[in-house]
Design a protein around this ligand. Structure first.
Ligand code: DOR
Ligand code: ZN
Length: 348
C-alpha cells in the first residue's frame, strides 16, 4: 500500500545555485520541490553589493523559468562592505540575509573576513536594522585540526561576536558537531542553526574507509558518528532553532574527482526523499514538516508557504538519477548509501 505524507511546501535555507551553465543545469533540481531558498553569494567574483544581488537574482529567475520558486538573496560580507548598501538592500526586500565567510574557510571565500574587528560597525548596523547574519562557522587557523574547526570557532569567534552585538540575529550554517548543537540549545533567542541532508547521513568514515570518496567531501567536513547522531537528534526533536539548509553545492565531476577535489555534496535532487527516510527511521515523520517548512520561515520572520508537497512511500526502493548533466559538466547526485522508499509525488 502506498503511504503518503502531505507537507507544507518546504524551503531550503542554504543553497548554492552557482552561475552560468551550472546555474541553468541545476536550478530546476531545487525549484521542483522547494518554494524558496536562501541563495549563497560565493560566486567568482562574490555577490557583495545590492546591485550585484539584483543582477544575480535576475539570472536565477531566468534559469528557473515558469517554476514557482523564490530565491532569497544574500550578500557576501567583506571587510569593505558598505553598511548603508546592506541595509538599503534588506529594507527594499532585495536581500534576506548577509553571509559571513571567514577568509579562506571554504570554496570562494578568499574575499571573506580576516579581521572581525573590521566588520564590527557593519554587524552593529545589521543588528540595529534586523538583518540576519548567516555564518560559516569554522576557524581557518592552520594550527587547528580540520575536525575541530567548528567547535573552536564557537569559542573564539561566534560567541564573542554575539556578546559584542547582542541584537544580531545569527544562523549558524550547516552545523556538524554536538558542540554546535549544544551551543544553539544553550541560547535563549537570536540564534538558530541549519542542518544539511548529508550531515544527517554520513560520518567521516563514509569519506575515508575503503577508499577516498570525493562526493562525500564537503565543508565543514563530516565528523565522528556521535556528532552525526547529535544532528539527527536535533533535527527530529521539534526544537524550532533547527531547520533544513541543504548546502547543496554542485561541482562538476572533474572538479571533484581529482588530486585536489572541491568541497560540496549535491543533494538538491533527492533531499526530500532522503529526509523522509531519515525521519521515518527515527519514528519522527510528523516532525519532518516543521523541520523543512516551519522553523526556518518562522526564524527569518517569513510567511510560511501556502502550497504543499506530497511524499509517497513505495514498497520497493526508489531510484534517483546518478548524475545531473549540465552545460558545465555532469554533477553526481548524493548517494545516501541506503535504500530510500520515498519519492515526491508527481504533480500531474
Ligand atoms: O562543502 C561546501 N561547499 N561547503 C561550503 O562551505 C561551500 C560549498 C561550495 O560553495 O562548494
Ligand atoms: Zn554552503
Amino acid at each position: 500500500m502506498t503511504r503518503t505524507l502531505t507537507l507544507t511546501r518546504p524551503d531550503d535555507f542554504h543553497l548554492h545555485l552557482r552561475d552560468g551553465a551550472m546555474l541553468q543545469g541545476i536550478a530546476p533540481e531545487s525549484a521542483r520541490d522547494f518554494a524558496r531558498a536562501i541563495i549563497m553569494p560565493n560566486l567568482v567574483p562574490p555577490v557583495v553589493t545590492g546591485t550585484q544581488a539584483a543582477a544575480y537574482r535576475t539570472r536565477i529567475m531566468e534559469a528557473i523559468g515558469e517554476a514557482d520558486f523564490t530565491p532569497l538573496m544574500t550578500l557576501y560580507l567583506t571587510e569593505a562592505s558598505d553598511p548603508a548598501d546592506i541595509i538599503a538592500a534588506h529594507k527594499s526586500g532585495l536581500i534576506t540575509a548577509v553571509k559571513l565567510y571567514p577568509a579562506g574557510a571554504t570554496t570562494n571565500s578568499d574575499a571573506g573576513v580576516g579581521s572581525f574587528e573590521k566588520v564590527r560597525a557593519t554587524l552593529d548596523a545589521m543588528a540595529e536594522a534586523g538583518v540576519p547574519l548567516c555564518v560559516h562557522g569554522e576557524v581557518t587557523d592552520p594550527a587547528v585540526d580540520i575536525f575541530d574547526r567548528e567547535a573552536v570557532f564557537i569559542d573564539r569567534v561566534l560567541d564573542p561576536i554575539r556578546r559584542a552585538t547582542p541584537g544580531l540575529k545569527v544562523i549558524m550554517e550547516h552545523v556538524t558537531t554536538a558542540d554546535a548543537v549544544a551551543y544553539v540549545q544553550s541560547t535563549a533567542s537570536g540564534l538558530a542553526a541549519t542542518i544539511t541532508t548529508h550531515h544527517l547521513v554520513i560520518n567521516r568514515n563514509h569519506i575515508l574507509v575503503g577508499g577516498i570518496k570525493p562526493h562525500y567531501y564537503c565543508l565543514p567536513v563530516a565528523k565522528r558518528e556521535n556528532h552525526r547522531l547529535a544532528l539527527v537528534e536535533a533535527a527530529v526533536s521539534g526544537d524550532p532553532r533547527f531547520f533544513l539548509g541543504t548546502d547543496s553545492a554542485p561541482h562538476s565531476d572533474d572538479a571533484k574527482e581529482c588530486a585536489c577535489g572541491c568541497a560540496g555534496c549535491f543533494t538538491a535532487t533527492n533531499t526530500m526523499p532522503i529526509l523522509a527516510e531519515v525521519f521515518e527511521r527515527e519514528n519522527a515523520l510528523e516532525r519532518l514538516e516543521p523541520f523543512v517548512a516551519h522553523h526556518g520561515a518562522d526564524f527569518y520572520a517569513l510567511k510560511r508557504n501556502a502550497g504543499t508537497l506530497v511524499l509517497e512511500r513505495q514498497d520497493q526502493p526508489v531510484t534517483f538519477p546518478a548524475k545531473v548533466d549540465t552545460g558545465a559538466g555532469p554533477v553526481t547526485v548524493f548517494d545516501p548509501g541506503f535504500a530510500v522508499h520515498w519519492r515526491v509525488a508527481p504533480t500531474n
